[in-house]
Design a protein around this ligand. Sequence first.
Ligand code: SAM
Length: 248
Amino acid sequence: MVDYNDRLHSVYAAGRAIGQETLDAWMRAYAEVAPPERPLTVLDLGSGTGRFTGALAETFGGPAYGVEPSARMREQAPPHPGVTYLEGSAEAIPLPDASCDLALLFLSFHHFTDQQQAFHELRRVITPGGVVLLRSQFADRMPDLPWYPYFPSAPAVDAAMYRTVEDTERMARAANLIPDQQVRLIEAEQPRSLKTLYERVSTRALSTFEHLPADEMEAGFEQFRRDAAADPDRETPAVPASLMVLRA
Ligand SMILES: C[S@@+](CC[C@H](N)C(=O)[O-])C[C@H]1O[C@@H](n2cnc3c(N)ncnc32)[C@H](O)[C@@H]1O
C-alpha cells in the first residue's frame, strides 16, 4: 500500500498539476454522463489535493465533498466556497445515505484497502439514478505511457496495481452499481514536450516509483534526463484515459 502522508504529498501538486484545458476537458466528459439535473451534489472520493473538487462544485452547481484520508494531502487543497473537505475513507464515507448525485474516483480506487466495501459505501451515499465516475486503469487495458521505455519494470508494476475491467464490473454489480456498456476513452491530456515530461515524471509523484528497484530508477532517470536535454522540444503523445461509468 502507498501512504500519501509519507512522501507523495510533498511532490504531488507539482508533479501532477493539470492545466485549465485538461481540467475543462475532464469536466465536459463528466457532464456528458452525469444526471442532467442541476444542481448536483458531488462526492470526490480520494480527493487528494483537490485537483478536481472545486471545478466539480462549479460545473455541477451544488456542494462538493472531498473525502480524503491523508491529512497532508487534504491540507494542500485550496479552500473553495462550494467545497467541504472531510477526513475519511472510501470504506467508511462520512456522508449520509442518498446524499450525493455524482461521485468521482480519480485514480484513487486502486489505493482502497477494501474495494468491495467501497462500492457498497458508494451505493449507500449515491441517490437512485446517480452516477459513479471511475477514472482508473485496468490490468487488461493498460496504456502505453511515453516514459515506460526508460523503466522496463514499470508496465508490469503498474498493471499489478489494477483489476481487469471484468473483475471491476463484477464487484460494482455486486453492490448494485450498473456499468455502462463500454469503458470510455477520454482525450483530456495535452501532448507534452520531452523536457516537460521529464520534469514532471522526475518528481516521482506517481505511485509506480514507490515500487521500482532503486538501480532501475537511477539508470532510467539518467537516460531520460540526457534524452530530454538533447531533444527538449520533441513532442510526446497524450494518451487517452479510461473512465468507467457506473449507475445507481
Ligand atoms: C493518485 S491520488 C489521487 C488524488 C485525486 N483524486 C487526484 O486525482 O488528484 C490517490 C488518493 O487516494 C487516497 N486514498 C488512499 N486510500 C484511500 C481510501 N481508502 N479511501 C479514499 N481515498 C484513499 C490517497 O490518500 C490519495 O490522496
